[in-house]
Design a protein around this ligand. Structure first.
Ligand code: ATP
Length: 264
């Protein structure tokens, strides 16, 4: 195996997905080719309905493709799911209101059958990762939306996956909170060296966070551009004022414009 292929975490070739609905079939993904390497931060960006979530769900084995090939860590998505190869962060925090922050994080670890001590240690370690030390005994409803989303990131991290799948995790938050969480997430990515796949509608968010930006267009959902970012891995928000940042943003916008139809 070559060095390049040994570093590939996700390999997708010629992938297709058609949803059979009561009336007409929906061609959600067409001819998708994509390689994600270990340590990449990959964003999927595109208008509503272009298949971002569906593609992420295929990687997570929550949807089955109708054609083509996909491997996750060299396995089928189903095997990867069974081996807990990834953590998944949803659009809404999806925390149980009757469980404390710590108990929410421990839930997947209980299911995995880890000892109580190990569960406690992992909860503490991952809460520290998202700067929420000391919040173990709070209930979700006592926290702000941004803090709740950080708890759900800590929960996804606690199963210690190398791959983190994040479906528009900060979409519902105000801009300042979102900026702050973007910086924290980038720090976390840099220190843990995880591979991240991130769905967003926001051009600045995609450009700020990513090492690779996948621009998609709808009907059928396909990839129209893949941009390898030239920005340094360690960045802070000031980078958004630089010519390099604006140049990449411009290319993303051009891609989105070329794939956009104003008929809807
Ligand atoms: N279970 C399903 N059954 C039928 N059609 C579906 C199903 N899930 C998604 N679709 C359709 O597939 C297409 C892609 O949807 P998807 O949710 O992946 O898009 P998206 O880019 O993530 O959109 P958004 O940004 O609005 O979340 C859309 O036309 C959607 O209506």
């Amino acid at each position: 195996m070559s060095e390049a292929s040994s570093k590939a975490v996700i390999e997708i070739e010629n992938l297709d997905l058609v949803f059979q609905t009561a009336d007409t079939p929906v061609h959600a993904l067409a001819d998708i080719d994509l390689t994600v390497n270990a340590g990449d931060f990959v964003s999927f960006i595109g208008p509503s309905g272009c298949g971002k979530t569906t593609l992420m769900r295929v990687i997570a084995d929550l949807e089955k493709p109708t054609g083509g090939h996909i491997s996750v860590n060299g396995m089928t998505p189903e095997e990867a799911r069974q081996k807990r190869a990834y953590g998944y962060v949803f659009q809404a925090p999806a925390l149980y209101p009757w469980r404390t922050v710590e108990k929410n994080i421990r839930l997947p670890l209980e299911i995995m059958g880890l000892s109580g001590d190990e569960q406690k240690a992992r909860a503490a370690r991952n809460l520290a990762m998202v700067n929420l030390e000391g919040f173990e005994k709070k209930f979700p409803w006592q926290l702000s939306g941004g803090m709740q989303q950080r708890v759900s990131i800590a929960r996804a991290l606690s199963v210690e996956p190398d791959l983190l799948l994040m479906d528009e995790p900060f979409g519902a938050l105000d801009e300042i909170t979102r900026d702050h969480l973007n910086e924290q997430l980038l720090n976390l990515w840099d220190t843990t060296k995880k591979t991240v796949i991130f769905v967003t509608h926001s051009i600045p968010e995609a450009v700020f966070l990513s090492s690779k930006i996948v621009v998609m267009s709808p009907r059928p959902g396909k990839i129209i551009d893949i941009i390898e970012s030239s920005l340094p891995r360690v960045r802070n928000l000031d980078i958004r004022e630089t010519p390099e940042f604006l140049e990449i943003s411009h290319r993303v916008r051009e891609g989105l414009r070329s794939g956009h139809s104003y008929d809807d």
